[in-house]
Design a protein around this ligand. Sequence first.
Ligand SMILES: C[S@@+](CC[C@H](N)C(=O)[O-])C[C@H]1O[C@@H](n2cnc3c(N)ncnc32)[C@H](O)[C@@H]1O
Length: 342
Amino acid sequence: MQPASEIDTEGRELAQLVADFPGFRIWREDVCGRVRYIALSQHPDLRPHTVITADLAELREALARGQRVPGWPQPTFSPAAPSVARIYDHVLGGKDHFPADRAAARELLERFPEVAQIARANRAFLARAVRHVARQQVTQFVDLGAGLPASPNVHETTRQVIPGARVAYVDNDPMVLAHARAVLAVDDQVAVVAGDLRAPAAVLADPALISLIDFSKPVCVVLASVLHFLPAQQADAAVAAFREQMSPGSYLVISVGTSSGTDPELIRCLQATYAGTAPVTARTEAEITSWFDGLLLARPGLTDVWAWRAGQSRQAHRPPQSRARFVVGVARKPSGPGPWRP
Ligand SMILES: C[S@@+](CC[C@H](N)C(=O)[O-])C[C@H]1O[C@@H](n2cnc3c(N)ncnc32)[C@H](O)[C@@H]1O
């Protein structure tokens, strides 16, 4: 018979595994005096599907292997190295950045000053897009690659239309998460979720996300100014995973830099600015259009960031001469089979 102290230790380790791998159902079985542990994935894309072992350490290793984010390392907090979120915050005129971020931003803006105007146009588009979706009575929003708080934040805009709107902010940068928890998580209808778009199944299985957002009801998935920081295959997989999960009546909001119509020198410059931080990947307009496959693009379709339903502010955000193109789209998942009318 196993001593009680060993059973206690095992119980604690098992409880820790359950807490560390929320996308899995994990339990202990005792069959004819032989103990085994079983982990079952709770999401079709979350690997490994099943693990059965008598050894808790082996179980942890197998689950961790399946969860490892492929490709570039996860961001860690280091004021010495520029970060995607802090460079963007500086370009927008925010206050959460360090000398390394300011130096990287300065080098970029000296050569391509229009990048600052595009960043501001992107924030303005984001507010217009989520307001439009909230007006369609969608009450749940998932902001993926949410960034450092920048007013108006998504929950502030949506709540002007729907006071009880639920918003989940997801990011993989520890500084973004810390600031978001301090500034954005104003009540229990706002969640801040640590998640990496390179592992979308793990994000979709995160208990903090699914306890707030019900994907069986319409939801607005926002991917603003983040997909160009992922390699092409991972960006495609992330969009497909969320698009698949969205129920009819849901919306997909995307803004992203494109290689179509952008000076290749700017793309090289961005790749140098973010070297060691994120793999800047510029996609063609046709590739970006394919992210909306099976969805109904709202008018005016995929268009330049400053032009989407901008009304009077159209000229305010249009750079006089831009060597950069940044495109946006807002699309709804229809119910029933197509064809669909715009
Ligand atoms: C340029 S900011 C955009 C912020 C906001 N979405 C906006 O449009 O104003 C990009 C954000 O995406 C986050 N990000 C980059 N790669 C990511 C990934 N693989 N998973 C999750 N977040 C990521 C960065 O940490 C950063 O906060």
